[in-house]
Design a protein around this ligand. Structure first.
Ligand code: IVH
Length: 675
């Protein structure tokens, strides 16, 4: 019996509720109840039903987080009431004075305070209408921000809609506004920068900049790939604080499904506030995100109103900032490190200086352009900053009479400091590189990359062991790892029977890791973790990848001419082919699961333009590719079809000029049905 449309709507809505619940468990509570494949299965079921019944798609469906076309800019929007900043204080005395002032001004004896972590991201307002997320606005200048709704929607800890029951239970009207902090967790930040470095892109200086850059991304699908997180800390209705107590606000937000920081306290007096601050100063190093202090807020809303504001900050709240994790020290030398790709990185050797609990004795200077930008010379005194686990960096030269300037300029060496081969800087690139393919520094870094956690995950193969094994000639390439014997390992320093066996077990286990890891492990230039995965899915085997002509490489998601050329060159090299053959003989995984592609649209090239209303752009792209078609970004005589959505611009004009077939989304569906 065919399902009635009511049955179907209910089935779809039930599925959405289930997915929302599991997203909440995973992204808000960090406590998933089901595995990733189980979650994907639910999501796929929903995608399938929605694809079959596009008329039932709703904006708050979990499938609709990524959508919309790239923007040209953002709309400016006025805030419902100003988004203020906080006054800062750096000392216990100043904080005590603030607390006294609150007492004096209010004339009250007993005052309660809420202490929260001061998250180092950017503040952002979320507007909900009828329980649905309708707008996300950056703080901007406080009175006016930028509308970044499409990007905000991709953040999975932000609910797209809130049920009437939940609102009722929390006692919150269906139209409300949440304000809070958007941030990028340190792990996501590091991973993103690693990928960027591999792909030759500029690096973000710290998680805060990365957050701002990601929130203001013009292409929402890029925002979706980077993991952002959002913590709510205030709730407004018509621009006014809604609850009588701030503590109540935080609990209510939590019950609505927002992520609210559990690290908070209700303090009755200065001593309790100070205890909270002291408790978190050392522990902040262990948090998964960066904080730069503690915010103390008066709990009672009525008292907040009485205290009011000075200029742009409230009198009822204050930020206690932890000592900046930076220090001033002298550059004793500038040395050069050679990386896996042969890139030369200048590193400042510093007079050791304690910063935020550790001693810093070196800091990266990135490249020659950065050295010139800073104007740093050997002997200069510089400010060094340490962000959350990021390599310390030199932020400026201290230009103060108390600090003598250095005189010795640094020049990039003409020869590689490790192997003595020529160093080149290709036109248009910022980096200098050693051109010797067999440079020992490259070898060491290649092995370390191969053995690292995200690649072949060979625990125990760290710096110390790799240095010894390469110095002694026991490892000349990654395949040599698989012929190491226990006797080889036992010869190394600090290596007993048990650790040697552990390393061998780890090496053995690595053979079973999926193909994409091995592809990533080969260390081809520009081939990061994500690209490796696409390559594995597309080709399904190392063999097919090795023998792929450049045209076929270009068909792989996100592979452009630069990457395709790098892969082709890698496999043209006889030495590399030999290496791969040895890895195969050693028993590593050479086949994977190929993403099944149909053939009905084989050989056909499509261009998508304008706003698609029935599908997210990525979804349409995937559907075409799954049917064997190719999606290109520009229209040419070779284009078979242009799929035009609303407001299509120049690409549509060009298609008409060239006489290319222009079709709509529905026609695309028909083509696919036939497929
Ligand atoms: S309350 C009027 N709470 O700090 C109240 N702000 O320096 C204003 N921030 O722009 C904000 N964590 O971006 C508040 N728990 C927290 C916070 C927090 C971080 C940021 C926020 C604000 C800046 C003010």
């Amino acid at each position: 019996m065919p399902a009635t449309s009511k049955d179907l709507s209910k089935r779809i809505e039930d599925l959405r509720e289930k997915i929302r619940h599991h997203e909440y468990r995973y992204y808000v509570l960090d406590d998933p109840q089901i595995s990733d494949p189980e979650f994907d299965q639910l999501m796929n079921q929903l995608i399938k039903l929605e694809t079959e019944h596009p008329d039932l798609i709703t904006a708050d469906s979990p499938t609709q987080r990524v959508g919309g076309k790239p923007r040209e800019g953002f709309l400016k929007v006025r805030h419902s009431s100003p988004m203020l900043s906080l006054d800062n204080t750096y000392s216990e005395d100043e904080l005590r004075n603030w607390e006294h002032r609150v007492h004096d001004l209010s004339g009250k004896k007993e005052i309660e305070y809420v202490c929260e972590l001061k998250l180092d991201g950017m503040s952002l307002a979320l507007h909900y209408k009828d329980g649905k997320l309708v707008r996300g606005i950056t703080r901007g200048n406080g009175s006016e921000g930028e509308e970044v709704t499409l990007n905000v929607r991709t953040v999975r800890s932000i609910p797209l809609s809130i049920s009437k029951e939940a609102l009722k239970k929390a006692g919150i009207p269906a139209d409300f506004e949440v304000r809070g902090e958007m941030l990028m967790p340190i792990a996501a930040f590091k991973k993103m920068n690693e990928e960027r470095e591999k792909n030759g892109l500029s690096l973000f200086a710290n998680p805060r900049n990365a957050t701002a850059g990601t929130v203001r991304q013009l292409e929402p699908s890029i925002t979706a790939q980077r993991r952002l997180d959002y913590f709510g800390y205030s709730l407004l209705h018509n621009g006014q604080t809604y609850f009588d107590r701030h503590w109540e606000t935080l609990n209510a937000l939590e019950s609505l499904g927002f992520k609210v920081n559990i690290r908070r306290s209700l303090s009755k007096n200065f001593d309790e506030i100070w205890a909270f601050i002291q408790q978190w100063e050392p522990k902040r190093e262990s948090l998964p995100y960066e904080i730069d202090g503690i915010v103390v807020k008066v709990d009672r809303t009525s008292l907040q109103r009485e205290l009011g504001y000075t200029g742009k900050a409230p009198r009822w709240a204050i930020a206690y900032k932890y000592a900046a994790r930076s220090g001033i020290t002298r550059v004793e030398d500038i040395i050069v490190q050679v990386g896996r790709t042969g890139k030369l990185t200048p590193v400042a050797m510093l007079k050791p200086v304690p910063i935020g609990g550790t001693t810093v004795s070196r800091a990266t200077l990135h490249n020659m352009d950065e050295i010139e930008r800073l104007g740093v010379k050997i002997g200069d005194w510089v400010e060094v900053q340490r962000g959350g686990d990021v390599i310390p960096k030199v932020t400026r030269v201290v230009e103060d009479k108390a600090y003598p300037r250095g005189h010795k300029s640094f020049h990039m060496p003409e020869k590689c400091p490790i192997c003595g081969t020529h160093v080149v800087r290709t036109e248009g690139e910022v980096d200098h590189r050693c051109v010797n393919a067999n440079c020992p520094a490259k070898l060491r870094e290649t092995i370390l990359h191969f053995a690292s956690r995200h690649v072949m995950n060979i625990e125990g193969m760290g710096d110390a062991l790799v240095n010894q094994l390469t110095d002694r000639g026991l490892i000349k390439n990654v395949a040599d790892i698989y012929k190491l014997t226990k006797a080889d390992l036992l010869q190394q320093e600090r290596m007993g029977e048990k650790s040697a066996q552990n390393v061998l077990d780890e090496i053995e286990a690595s053979k079973k890791l999926p193909l994409e890891r091995l592809i990533y492990g080969l260390g081809m230039r520009f081939v990061g973790e994500r690209t490796a995965q696409f390559l594995a899915e597309h080709f399904g085997s190392m063999e097919a990848l090795m023998n792929a002509p450049q045209e076929e490489l270009l068909e792989v998601d996100e592979v452009g001419p630069r990457i395709a050329q790098s892969i082709a060159e890698f496999f043209q090299e006889a030495k590399n082919r030999e290496l791969v053959e040895r890895l195969r003989k050693a028993g590593l995984t050479f086949t994977g699961k190929k993403r099944h592609r149909g053939t009905a649209l084989a050989g056909k090239t499509f261009v998508l333009t304008g706003t698609l209303t029935r599908y997210a752009r990525d979804e349409a792209k995937k559907m075409i590719e799954d049917a064997g078609g190719r999606v290109s970004s520009s229209v040419s005589k070779k284009t078979d079809y242009v799929i035009a959505g609303a407001d299509a611009g120049s690409k549509l004009d060009k298609a008409k000029d060239l006489g290319v077939n222009v079709i709509g989304e529905k026609d695309m569906e028909k083509l696919l049905e036939r497929a």
